[in-house]
Design a binder for this molecule. Structure first.
Ligand SMILES: [Zn+2]
Ligand SMILES: [Zn+2]
Length: 581
């Protein structure tokens, strides 16, 4: 059976064949496989070009041709023969020229009556291997020949392709849902954060509303840190290069670090990309005994990484962000207990956010040892400890070689959001390297000196990025404890404004984030506006409510509730917030 890559690759050829049947003047160029499908670039400058409306017809033509593609026959040929065959196609001539210069053989593949220049990797029997309803043409875009803007603009036709129609349908549904949930769109609608060209790309600024959510995320992580026995520290954003030379970041990570210059001192300095090296210095600031361990530091400092501008998008990739970061310095006999406790805290956090997950055990790439610091034996030991823990605790996990940090293996928690997409969030990393590089030590029971073990961990990762995930996961309908505005009080008419304001004042006294809508709009309009903002509770107050000192409650998630006293409503919402339901 053909692999999905082979099918997608074959479909790119099939698209080219269909295009040539409908647009004989078209010149074929290249057609690679991409995530979820394939594309093919054409030059239509010699005549009519298809538009989006023509994709359905092209798709039909592909399905008509498919049964006749019973094999894709490959032949090796001389460059001269290939030049002759493609003499009217300057794009293919350029490719053939390059193949010849590399000293490689020119290969041609034929299916039906279509021949293309190609290195191979097709479905053996396309007619049998490819389900005719498992692919679809998706969209048309412009693209420069070989991605170079100095070259001619070509027409790119994108296709989606999966093993089955069900997978294709599921992908399309997920994509539609993802567009509706796009955190950049929802953050704008709800006024949660802004980016400014003057401030710089990849550096979000949270509005008062957005900062409520961000602060609630941090507050929850702080509570979990307390339970785990962490002491929160506060550390600066700029550090000397020397620190990162010792930690190893200077050698392995420098490209991702932003430099800072002082007018007074010569030292090379950097905006810090992580907190670990600094925490080693707090540890090293006084003598430590085996009885003091584990020592645990947490930190919410803002970090900076020099991401490529083209890769920045909303909150998913940022130049400035914080982490709910923490480091544990412990003895070897304490590793398992510490890892277990941190893992339970992460499980508790994700359960509260109602997020599913699996664990990726990220190991060193044994083929590329030069990318990492530390001895083979140390790596084996750390990797074995983590693997054993996951197996013993029966936690679903997959191993991934090459995904480790440069100083040690990791357990990466892969969150699965409401529409089935994966996001890497939390991480636990075992590091038997960095403490030695900083000469960290503790006095053992028998008075000798030993190097502690370091565990790097985040609970939900970056509160900023996590907020992007949450916006999409909840589609903007935050649970009450996270919602920037938890309750909106709507007065039916001017007569009820005073009572509405009294209710809001009482809610605020009970630490509930409440707002009043006293505008002159109709009640219907006020309700629609509040629902657009996905506010968890709407309270309507009119004559009846004023007379009985009650509120009419409409819950976003549970619908209309019976009228209740303000005190009853407060106790309901307060417990919901406290339990983070
Ligand atoms: Zn091919
Ligand atoms: Zn760290």
């Amino acid at each position: 059976m053909a692999s999905i890559e082979e099918k997608r690759h074959t479909l790119a050829h099939l698209l080219a064949a269909a295009v040539l049947e409908k647009y004989p003047h078209a010149k074929t160029t290249i057609g690679p496989v991409i995530e979820n499908g394939f594309y093919y670039d054409f030059d239509f400058s010699g005549g009519e070009a298809p538009g989006e409306a023509d994709l359905a017809t092209l798709e039909k033509t592909m399905r008509k041709l498919l049964p006749s593609w019973k094999e894709m026959e490959g032949t090796e040929t001389s460059a001269q023969d290939a030049y002759d065959q493609f003499k009217n196609n300057p794009f293919k001539l350029e490719l053939i020229d390059e193949i010849e210069k590399r000293g490689e053989k020119v290969r041609l593949y034929t299916a039906g009556n279509f021949t293309d220049l190609c290195a191979g990797g097709h479905a053996e029997n396309p007619a049998k291997d490819i389900a005719p309803d498992s692919f679809a043409l998706d969209r048309i875009a412009g693209a420069y020949w070989r991605g170079n803007e100095k070259n001619q603009m070509l027409t790119r036709i994108y296709g989606l392709a999966f093993d089955t129609k069900e997978e294709l349908d599921a992908y399309r549904t997920q994509r539609e849902e993802a567009e509706k949930r796009d955190h950049r769109k929802i953050a704008k609608e709800q006024g949660l954060l802004v980016f400014s060209d003057l401030v710089g790309s990849g550096m979000p600024m949270f509005t008062p509303k957005g900062n409520v959510i961000r602060s609630e995320i941090i507050k929850f992580s702080r509570e979990l840190n307390d339970e785990l026995g962490f002491g929160e520290v506060h550390t600066p954003n700029i550090n000397k290069g020397e620190l990162f030379k010792i930690s190893g970041h200077y050698d392995k990570y420098k490209e991702d670090m932003l430099t800072v210059h002082s007018q007074y001192i010569e030292d090379e300095m950097f905006l810090k990309p992580m907190n670990c090296p600094q925490h080693t210095q707090i540890y090293a600031s006084e003598p430590r005994s085996y009885r003091d361990l584990p020592i645990r530091f947490s930190d919410f400092a803002v970090l900076y990484r020099d991401e490529r501008p083209g890769e920045l998008s909303g909150l998913t990739r940022l130049r400035s962000f914080s982490q709910d970061d923490g480091h544990i310095f412990c003895r070897e006999d304490q590793i398992e207990n510490e890892l277990t406790n941190v893992l339970s805290a992460i499980q508790k956090a994700l359960a509260t956010y109602r997020i599913d997950y699996w664990v990726r055990l990220s190991l060193r790439d044994p083929e590329k040892k030069e990318k990492y610091i530390g001895e083979d034996a140390t790596w084996k030991k750390s990797e074995d400890i983590m693997r054993k823990l996951l197996v013993e605790k029966k936690i679903p996990h997959k191993e991934a070689a090459g995904e480790a940090a440069f100083y040690g293996p990791k357990m990466d928690i892969m969150a699965i959001d409401a529409i089935g997409r994966e996001w890497q969030v939390s991480t636990i990393q075992l590091d038997l390297n960095m403490p030695g590089r900083f000469n960290l030590e503790y006095i053992t029971e028998d008075g000798t000196k030993k190097t502690p073990v370091m565990i790097h961990r985040a609970l939900i990762g970056s509160p900023d990025r996590f907020m992007g995930l949450l916006i999409e996961h909840y589609a903007g309908a935050f649970p009450t404890w996270l919602a920037p505005i938890q309750v909106k009080v709507l007065s039916i008419s001017e007569k009820h404004v005073r009572y509405a304001e009294e209710v809001v004042a009482e809610l605020k006294m009970a630490n509930i984030r409440a707002e009043v809508d006293n505008s002159n709009e109709s009640l219907g309009k006020k309700i629609r506006a509040a629902k657009m903002q996905k506010i968890p509770y709407l309270l309507v107050v009119g004559d009846a409510e004023v007379a009985t000192k009650t509120v009419s409650v409409e819950s976003r998630d549970a619908g209309k509730l019976d009228a209740m006293s303000v005190a009853d409503f407060i106790s309901r919402v307060t417990s919901e917030i406290k339990e983070r339901k």
